[in-house]
Ligand binder design. Structure first.
Ligand code: NAD
Length: 263
């Protein structure tokens, strides 16, 4: 995707790893200023920031804001607006997972998943949208999941949060429809990232199965293309949504799931 985003500025939550990192790299390579965010080893994140900056024409910053904390989210958006002059592109990607039957689901895990996977998107949008409205341009992309469209057992908090992200996406799209501001959700199936690697390891332990059996018989059981989706595929769709050809796509939930939700 040869999108030119020079002069645009982006915030990508949860971009020190996995899908968010792939999206941040793609936006930076397309010329945008990028605010990285997420957890991890401080020295490793600084190395990553330098590495992405080298491949970019824009600036690359990092915020360690915790997406469970509304005041830190507001400060992150304000910092990006101050340093870059704007937040034109907002990618809500930070997310965590926890798997347990609903009647055994730890309350603290429910609260954390709802905060990080759903409420953080409300808080970033609330902070960034006034600037987008005043400049008359904005691209908001929420990384939901195939689990925003369909359910699986034992993931009650994650699935409730991701369904909620789609509701938020549609509402924001309606509220911004007359402007050149779009708000869409991407709904990936399984993408091989540290989050999914953790699930493979947990399932292998729980069922006493080898990794390849867990991947074929459990993880990819519901995904008809029988392969993991690549981070770059999701990043490419974010770039497309940021470009002029996508200006009438808003309020959409785009499955990127090898036909999982086509059933
Ligand atoms: P990942 O674990 O590799 O990355 C998650 C990122 O979020 C990391 O940068 C982490 O530091 C950050 N993060 C976690 N808690 C945070 C917090 N409180 N504040 C700030 N940052 C925080 O996961 P991933 O697989 O790349 O997932 C990214 C997003 O994509 C998530 O929203 C996930 O639900 C969604 N998703 C993933 C898959 C998949 O198969 N990997 C499929 C569908 C949707």
């Amino acid at each position: 995707m040869n999108q030119d985003l020079a002069g645009k500025s982006a915030v990508v939550t949860g971009s020190t790893s996995g899908i968010g990192l792939g999206i941040a790299r793609a936006l930076a390579q397309a010329g945008a200023n990028v605010m990285l965010n997420g957890f991890g080893d401080a020295a490793a994140i600084e190395t990553l920031r330098h590495e992405i900056a080298r491949s970019s024409r824009g600036k690359v910053l990092y915020s360690n804001a915790d997406m469970a904390k509304p005041d830190e989210i507001a400060a992150m958006v304000a910092q990006a607006e101050n340093v870059f002059g704007a937040v034109d592109i907002l990618v809500n990607n930070a997310g965590i997972q926890f798997v347990a039957p609903v009647d055994e689901f730890p309350i603290a895990k429910w609260d954390a998943i709802l905060a990080i996977n759903l409420s953080s998107a409300f808080h970033t949008i609330r902070a960034a949208l006034p600037g987008m409205k005043s400049r008359g341009f904005g691209r908001i992309v929420n990384i939901a999941s195939a689990h925003g469209l369909v359910a699986s057992p034992f993931k009650s908090a994650y699935i409730a949060a991701k369904h909620g992200v789609l509701g938020l996406t549609k509402t924001v799209a309606l509220e911004t429809a007359t402007l050149d501001v779009t708000c869409n959700a991407i709904c990936p199936g399984y993408v091989r990232t540290p989050l999914v690697e953790g699930q493979i390891a947990e399932q292998a332990k729980a069922h006493g199965l080898p990794r390849d059996k867990v991947i074929s018989d459990i993880i990819l059981a519901a995904q008809p293309n029988k392969r993991f989706i690549e981070v770059e595929e999701v990043a490419g769709i974010v770039l497309f949504l940021c470009g002029p050809a996508a200006r009438s796509i808003t309020g959409a939930a785009l499955p990127v799931d090898g036909a999982w939700t086509a059933r």
